[in-house]
Design a protein around this ligand. Sequence first.
Ligand SMILES: Cc1ncc(COP(=O)(O)O)c(C=O)c1O
Length: 464
Amino acid sequence: MTPLFPDEPRGISVSTAIPGPRSEALRLRHAAVQDARTVHFYQHARKSRGNYIVDVDGNTILDLYGHIACVPLGYNHPDLLDAWRGGRFDWAAGYRPALGIAPPAEWVGIVEGALSRVAPRGLPNLMTVTTGSEAVENAIKTAFVRLARRRRNGAAPSPEDLALTMLNRQPHTNDMKVISFEGAFHGRSLGSLSATRSKAIHKLDFPAFEWPVVAFPANRFPLDENAAYNREAEARSLDQVTALLDADPQIAAVIIEPIQGEGGDRHASAAFFQGLRRITSEREVTLIVDEVQTGAGGTGTFWAHEAWDLPEPPDIVTFSKKMQLGGYYFRPELFPAEPWRIFNTFLGDPLRGAQLEVIIEVIERDDLLGNVVRTGKTLVRELTSLVGRYPGLLSSARGVGTYAAIDVRDPATRDRMVKALQQLGVESGGSGDRSIRFRPALVFEDRHVHEAIDRFDAVAKVLA
Ligand SMILES: Cc1ncc(COP(=O)(O)O)c(C=O)c1O
């Protein structure tokens, strides 16, 4: 079969420790100015290709992590490079505009073209920003505006409302709330952080809103052996949401990830999400589905929530990462009545939008969603068999498309496993306390699965 990515390296090749001496030298220079402690290694941007990172020490590393789920087509896809060299992005290269003030005409083409082409069903409007946190932050603000407008019966705010606003003392507004779920990650900006529940270190020392938190039902795997347990956990979680919404009219929104990404690849069933949609829509509470990590194809549908067959669409769907810019899609009735309510200087990045146009063309032309579904089946099958070979070490192989994970015995062993894989030329990442997550590019194919599993097997033999 013709590979989806032409001229990829033949496979992993490692000749130094990872990070190697050149990476460590760069880290020293880098760290003199910026915190470089989180850096895995330094990448050779031009030499990396497809699913393989080439690092500055010349190692060729198979990438399962994709810069935390941000790389749709692999590194240096020829269509993106040809578009660049052919001048397709020239209009966006000379300056960065304030898109809410004097956008280039081409931006309108991107908004009505690529961005609308992939809009989730029922959500024709969209807002663009730069990052995932900003997307969430503004989605939450949109839900607050909706609730406030309903409270005022659509009337304009009074002079007194405006005066109190300037004192940070808005009646009925300061105690509006958003429900989020245990283990959730929705970003690190000050507002979004109040909905983030995955790790204390993200939140420590920052003032937070006292918003309610509900247990995420977190399916146990294998699903068929744990069906009754999972059903009950999901029912309990939905009961908690219902009780909170019925007790507190100040709850403006419920925000949830289709699969908890940072929180440990925790899954819930389509029936759970259908129930959540029903409960929120009956009470006119905004349902925000945060697809920053799941969006743009990694689960085998463009949006993960497409797989749930919801009785009606979510109110808002946030995106970033593989979409290259941040933003959110929303229902027309959530359009703020006044301009300037949701605004910032850049409002996204036209260059990233122009790249996204090419990315979407390639996803469609090469049927990359079909590839993700096919490769995902191989990946989860191979992970399941790996778990079978090392039952004391590994458990809970799971995944939708190639958005997959396994659990390791304990957090320390998980960290050792990630490090050992890195030495064998496999870049992976942790999620939650003891999971290893897969967030490969959409051009990840069966041969890459087998190459990765071979290295997992070698590491598991030592750690088991
Ligand atoms: C589900 C989800 N929401 C929001 C964010 C925040 O995005 P960013 O880091 O771009 O601000 C992330 C980042 O990992 C995420 O996974």
